[in-house]
Design a protein around this ligand. Structure first.
Ligand SMILES: [Fe+2]
Ligand SMILES: [Fe+2]
Ligand SMILES: [Fe+2]
Ligand SMILES: [Fe+2]
Length: 390
């Protein structure tokens, strides 16, 4: 079945405003919920926050009062959507539990995107990044058992493996080596644009989350680990945002954002296992369809272009959260020792990389190694959760 968001009107914008009762959604059950429902909540929260922040940035450079008002109106609806989506997360989870879920999203969403990406250069960017978030999951899982005496397999629920990836200590690259070449907007597959925006949004929210929750812990190792991985998420945002063509106009970017929201809500509506949550994805999809129409009208008026010149004529296959363990094992076998040099990838450490490493390590072990050593000292081994190979 194909779905073309451009052919649907959705819920009229002036009917989208919700009251307190409608916003007050019951969270999903922390013990019972499908872990991939939680992953979908987190991914959608990321895309809503991206839409909100993008709209704010647009408003700040937009001299046209009428457009500013229109942006503000849609953005308020996005803000309500973000509240509904993120408030589905149960309050019972600790920040560290949510962190582990964030890394699970980074792993399984990026792996899925890498598998589907048609452009080999973009695919390489996702394959490179996913092995790092895979390792973050392992480091945080070791911290989790140490300070909360619980096992991360309860959270990832046998869907995602918790094993070492590319060791976190090697993620600290010189910032110049985190900037990739962008896709070219006129020749890029529309799917590539959707992928880049989706992963950029996910990494951006992870970066923001660690910035804020990291210092909420009292244990020194937790504070240190959040600092270290928080800085790598800064690198990841740099890496992924550089994939997007900076030559896209603001109007075009607005259309791309609304289209990406349609794509994710449609995808998750198609794949959601919890019927109550599915109904929310469907409602939000119907709101996004109207946002997309409004964005297309703005682009027509200001760029003189039709949306068909920018976005796909129909939605690609739905984004699916599913286990990627075989794929990740294969990447581990072939790409674990990669680093970057300029816009490309190399296998050997180079001078700029080594200088950066020396400076940030300051002659000591990074927190990501210390956490595993501390865990080994306390429990006799590191924490990992390996699944049988099928
Ligand atoms: Fe939205
Ligand atoms: Fe990460
Ligand atoms: Fe990341
Ligand atoms: Fe939207």
């Amino acid at each position: 079945m194909t779905f073309n968001p451009l052919e649907h009107k959705g819920i009229p914008l002036d009917k989208q405003l919700r009251n307190w009762r409608e916003l007050d959604v019951a969270p999903v059950d922390p013990d019972d919920a499908d872990p991939y429902t939680r992953c979908r909540i987190i991914a959608l929260n990321g895309i809503e926050i991206e839409s909100i922040m993008f709209s704010h940035h647009f408003a700040r450079v937009c001299p046209d009062m009428e457009v500013k008002r229109q942006l503000a109106e849609v953005r308020y609806i996005e803000a309500q959507q973000q509240k509904v989506v993120n408030w589905l997360l149960p309050g019972a989870a600790s920040p560290l539990e949510t962190t582990i879920a964030y890394e699970q999203v980074a792993v399984d969403l990026t792996a899925w995107v890498a598998r589907m990406e048609p452009d080999p250069q973009l695919r390489q960017a996702y394959e490179f990044g996913v092995l790092e978030d895979f390792d973050h999951l392992y480091r945080y899982a070791n911290l989790y058992e140490m300070i909360q005496h619980r096992k991360a397999e309860k959270i990832v629920d046998g869907l995602t493996e918790v094993i070492p990836g590319r060791p976190t200590r090697y993620h600290h690259r010189h910032p110049h080596d985190n900037v990739r070449e962008p896709y070219e907007k006129t020749t890029a597959d529309p799917l590539s644009k959707l992928h880049a925006l989706t992963i950029m949004a996910a990494e951006q929210q992870t970066m923001n989350f660690y910035m804020n929750v990291g210092p909420q812990y009292m244990e020194p190792i937790a504070r240190q680990l959040y600092q270290e991985i928080g800085l790598i998420e800064e690198e990841h945002v740099t890496h992924y945002e550089s994939l997007v063509d900076p030559g896209e106009t603001w109007w075009e970017r607005l259309v791309n954002h609304e289209y990406a929201e349609c794509y994710l809500y449609y995808s998750f509506m198609e794949t959601e296992s919890d019927p109550r949550v599915k109904a929310i994805w469907e409602l939000h999809l119907n709101m996004e369809l109207a946002h997309l129409q409004a964005a297309c009208d703005l682009m027509r008026a200001n760029d003189g272009r039709e949306p068909e010149e920018v976005v796909a004529p129909e939605l690609p296959v739905p984004v699916t959260f599913e286990p990627n363990k075989e794929y990740l094992r294969e990447l581990l076998d072939t790409q674990i020792d990669l680093t970057t040099l300029g816009a490309g990838y190399v296998r050997d450490a180079h001078e700029r990389f080594e200088r950066m490493q020396e400076t940030v390590m300051g002659g000591e072990q990074p927190p990501s190694d210390v956490v595993v050593d501390m865990h080994t000292e306390k429990f006799g081994s590191d924490y990992r959760h390996e699944l049988e190979r099928s």
